[in-house]
Design a protein around this ligand. Structure first.
Ligand SMILES: *Cc1c(COP(=O)(O)O)cnc(C)c1O
Length: 465
């Protein structure tokens, strides 16, 4: 533990936390009663709390610490840049070297339609930029009525006003007036919930789900639709992996009506799915890509939007001044860390490590977990995975919602020293890309133990009948 913090007990930290710190997406009073778990340090894929417990971080922080904790290349990059130039802006016809170099590197590692980037500090800001940029694009082209952006239910695109509006989370829309006008949502491509009961194969369902986009475009009038936005794999929504038929069909539909395609790669980008970007795994060609999280492995906030040439050429050649930007667009320290991170991904060959080695291995061990009596479905894509917990395996019957089986399982995970996230009844993971096969075995053994403990609870409390 850092000595400067070690003079206070965990209880004292918890009291100060409850007294002053309003946590994101948290029931403040509920947490205050329980007390936060305070994380003090980390290395590789492990965390330690202030009580000294070791925890295997199967969520990479919050889907971001892709290169794992403690990478000196990133730490050194931040330190040297802080010394040389901690900040300068890019507003007034100035630039900094790390921002230029990272823009150049991102143009190299992203698909070929991308040669330009617009920087911000987070995924939410990136999606705010997306909203303004797609509408601006159509204005410049003389089609200002193209305002509507189509997204999906249960999508997550951040928590600013634009992000929560683009997102399809009911709980977020219920508070604070989202969605703002001009953003509509179609159903998500979740086969288990929306395809299985109808007797559709996954591939058939993928085409049906993409068809909902075409129906929405036609209902709104194609001349009014600016863009479609989606995560290649819905992350916060519960690792909803679409059928292979889905994205190519989405692309075909958008091409047909001239609608821009936006891939929110905040989670899927930088190797998570076994390609550099999720759109490459799923076979589509977006006009814009939002990124954040994995670009710096979470060591420092950075996000932005890759701008495809279709849009960049119009904005550059005909757009004049684009009245949008952030103080920290192209922040030199963040960009220096981004550079070091992308270079490290390359040096360690982590995208291939996921694609050829640990991704297939995770798929294999998750397929074995599918045999567990609580698990109705087990799916992975690269290094993202989800286990659906069900009451009756043979029939696929869900637990009663008031049981909150996911939260029960998550409680066991915390106690057993592995971090999984519960999204409804889906238990999800997204471990650091540096994880080894041996560490996957260790992680899966912990997960299996937690499933057993959850099953024992379910039996003891009569939730299975
Ligand atoms: C996390 C996330 C965001 C929001 O990113 P922030 O940095 O939290 O603003 C946007 N889109 C997706 C897909 C995300 O997972």
């Amino acid at each position: 533990m850092p000595t400067s913090h070690s003079s206070r007990t965990t209880a004292e930290w918890q009291a100060a936390d409850a007294a002053h710190f309003l946590h994101p997406f948290t029931d403040f009073q509920g947490l205050a009663r329980k007390g936060s778990r305070i994380i003090a340090r980390a290395d590789n894929i492990y965390l330690w709390d202030t009580e000294g417990h070791q925890i295997l971080d199967a969520m990479s922080g919050l889907w971001c610490v892709n290169v794992g904790y403690g990478q000196t290349a990133l730490i050194d990059a931040a330190t040297s840049q802080l010394e040389a130039l901690p900040f300068y802006n890019a507003f007034f016809q100035t630039a900094t070297q790390p921002a230029i170099a990272l823009a150049e590197l991102l143009a190299q590692v992203t698909p070929p339609q991308f040669r330009h980037v617009f920087f911000g500090s987070s995924g939410s800001e990136g999606n705010d930029t997306v909203v303004r940029m797609v509408r601006r694009y159509w204005e410049v082209l003389g089609q200002p009525q193209r305002q509507i952006i189509i997204s999906r239910r249960n999508a997550y695109h951040g928590s600013t006003v634009a992000g929560s509006s683009l997102g399809g989370m009911e709980g977020m829309h219920a508070q604070g007036g989202a969605p703002v006008p001009g953003i509509v949502h179609i159903q998500q491509p979740y086969w288990w919930e929306h395809g299985r009961a109808a007797g559709l194969s996954r591939d058939e369902f993928g085409r049906v789900a993409a068809g909902w986009l075409e129906a929405e475009i036609l209902a709104r009038g194609p001349e009014n639709v600016a863009a479609f936005i989606g995560e290649p794999v819905q992350g916060a929504g519960g690792v909803i992996i679409p059928p292979a038929t889905y994205w190519p069909e989405i692309q075909r539909i958008c091409d047909r009506y001239g609608v821009l395609v936006v891939s929110d790669e905040v989670i899927c980008g930088f190797g998570r799915t076994g390609s550099w970007f999720g759109c490459q795994t799923f076979g589509f060609k977006p006009d814009l890509m939002t990124f954040a999280k994995g670009v710096t492995s979470g060591y420092i906030p950075l996000g932005g939007v890759m701008v495809g040439e279709r849009i960049a050429r119009v904005l550059i050649e005909q757009g004049g001044e684009f009245n949008h930007g952030y103080t920290y667009s192209g922040h030199p320290v963040a960009c220096a860390v981004g550079l070091a991170n992308v270079n490290l991904l390359r040096k360690l060959d982590l995208v291939r490590h996921v694609h050829d080695d640990v991704g297939p291995y995770l798929a294999q061990v998750f397929a074995e977990l599918a045999g567990h009596p609580l698990v109705g479905d087990a799916e992975t894509c690269g290094l993202m995975g989800a286990l659906l917990l069900v009451k009756d395996k043979a029939r696929g019957t869900p637990f009663a919602p008031e049981v909150e089986i996911g939260m029960v399982c998550r409680g066991h995970c915390f106690a057993q020293g592995v971090i999984m996230r519960a999204v409804g009844d889906r238990m999800i993971i997204a471990p650091p890309l540096v994880i080894t096969r041996t560490q996957i075995d260790e992680m899966v053994a912990l997960i299996r133990r937690c499933l057993d403990l959850t099953l024992a609870d379910a039996q003891a409390r009569g939730w299975l009948d």
